[in-house]
Design a protein around this ligand. Structure first.
Ligand code: XUL
Ligand code: CO
Length: 460
């Protein structure tokens, strides 16, 4: 078969070919078959990290911005245009996706229903178009062994969703959303997707002045219950994930951040049925670090999957940049390791190339750079995990709670009176004597040393 992309297969070169990425064009840190052990479980790197291509960015994104037209040049374009309305064209793009994954050694992908095929005049026609592309994807998955990390439904692109899908005030639009999700879950079951994601892009409000927030939250919770019940009914065993984001396109998205989403799930008794898909850029928009969101999801037992991208700390919107920050990826991967990996999740590149990186080869470079950023972070985090570096710091920091009335307190026994008896006559100096310096600069310097000592020798 003739090659669709003019780009060679990408291999692990392990830093042995020099520093300049454009000369080496190989993975320096991502060595798919190298084995790593977490919590007694040994698997090759590729099965821990499970990198995934996002169809909406890599296959569909034209690199528009609010001030300018798309710059993308893609090998599937006809006369410079990606003909999104044409079914033959939609089917042809599937071949490009599978060759792209094959050349990069990527095993997973993710899509929204609307990424794949054009809409018809009715949902029935739209589903028929979609099913034709899904048929082809199913066939290709069988032939190649590639897997679907997750799929999802776009309840935000079409104009009918201008005021939301599950939280819309317009009943017919709500019905459409319910029916659309039903079909999407059937696709999840059919393609064996590991997870099913709900990102509530327009499930929030533009203005409190016209919004019955309580009624909308009741609606979306009941909507999620219907989705959960239908997934059970059809025997779909993937995990159901909510993806927090504070805003954009809405002024306020209900699933604002991890802690807000957890409390929503608990309020409506859904915390056993849904986990979370955490995204880097969304964390920034919420005023958090990515590792903060991963930490709080993990501790609640709800870390399901990761959208591996970055924002720009000076920009107040979602730029979905490919990850390149090894400091951040090391700390996110540390949470990932403490989570024992992501059994039904992975690292999905919900990321797009910059508008100025418009050539097909940039799609390859971007994924390679993103994979290496997370493979590097994984290596650094593995070393910190094996050494117990951060766990020892945390253990020592709380050691005064390990004995006596403090240990009893941690076991659920204790009263204000107990602590009063203990502390009442100690002097202020005696108490401050037990307060220790945190040495945060030293901790951060050690983290830098870990990054250097793990990654630096690669290039020697
Ligand atoms: C939007 C976003 C989505 C979801 C899937 O900010 O992250 O692409 O990941 O709908
Ligand atoms: Co995302």
């Amino acid at each position: 078969m003739t090659e669709l992309f003019d780009f060679p297969k990408v291999d692990y070169v392990g830093g042995k070919k020099g520093l300049d990425f454009l000369d080496t064009k190989g993975y320096n840190y991502y060595n798919p078959d190298e084995e790593f052990t977490i919590n007694g479980e040994t698997k090759p790197m590729k099965d821990w990290l499970k990198f995934s291509v996002a169809y909406w960015h890599t296959m569909d994104q034209r690199l528009v911005d609010p001030f300018g037209e798309g710059t993308a040049v893609r090998p599937w374009d006809v006369d410079g245009v990606d003909d999104m309305e044409d079914m033959d064209h939609a089917l042809a793009k599937v071949d490009y996706l599978f060759e792209f994954m094959d050349k990069l050694g990527l095993e997973y992908f993710a899509f929204h229903d609307r990424d794949l095929a054009p809409q018809g005049r009715t949902l029935a026609e739209t589903n028929a178009n979609l099913d034709k592309v899904v048929d082809k994807i199913e066939q290709k998955m069988k032939e190649t062994g590639k897997k679907l990390l997750w799929n999802t439904s776009s309840l935000f692109t079409d104009k009918r969703f201008l005021a939301g899908g599950a939280t819309t005030p317009f009943a017919d639009v709500f019905a459409y959303s319910a029916a659309q999700i039903k079909h999407s879950l059937e696709i999840a079951k059919r393609l064996g997707s590991q997870s099913y994601v709900f990102w509530g892009g327009r499930e929030g409000y533009e203005s409190l002045l016209n919004t019955d927030t309580k009624r909308e939250l009741d609606h979306i919770a009941a909507f999620f219950k219907m989705a959960r019940d239908y997934a059970k009914e059809i025997g779909y065993t993937g995990q159901l994930l909510l993806e927090p984001k504070p805003k954009e396109p809405t002024d306020h998205q209900y699933d604002t951040d991890v802690q807000t989403t957890i409390s929503f799930l608990q309020t409506y008794g859904l915390e056993k049925d849904f986990k979370l898909n955490i995204e880097g850029n969304h964390a920034y928009l919420a005023g958090h670090k990515y590792e903060h969101e991963a930490r709080f999801a993990r501790e609640a037992g709800l870390l399901g999957s990761l959208d591996a991208n970055m924002g720009d700390k000076q920009t107040g919107w979602d730029i979905d940049e490919f990850p390149n920050d090894i400091y951040e990826s090391s700390l996110v991967m540390y949470e990932f390791i403490l989570n024992g990996g992501l059994p039904k999740g992975g690292l999905n590149f919900d990321a797009k190339v910059r508008r100025a990186s418009f050539k097909p080869e940039d799609l390859f470079y971007a994924h390679m750079a993103g994979m290496d950023t997370y493979a590097a972070g994984f290596r650094v985090a593995m070393k910190m995990y094996e050494d117990g570096f951060l766990e020892k710091i945390k253990h020592d920091r709380y050691a005064s709670f390990d004995k006596g009335i403090f240990a009893d307190f941690e076991n659920g026994e204790g009263s204000l009176k107990t602590f009063e008896d203990y502390i009442l006559h100690k002097t202020n100096d005696e108490i401050f004597d037990k307060v220790e310096s945190q040495h945060l600069e030293a901790i951060k310097a050690t983290l830098n040393n870990y990054i250097y000592s793990v990654l630096g020798p690669t290039f020697n």
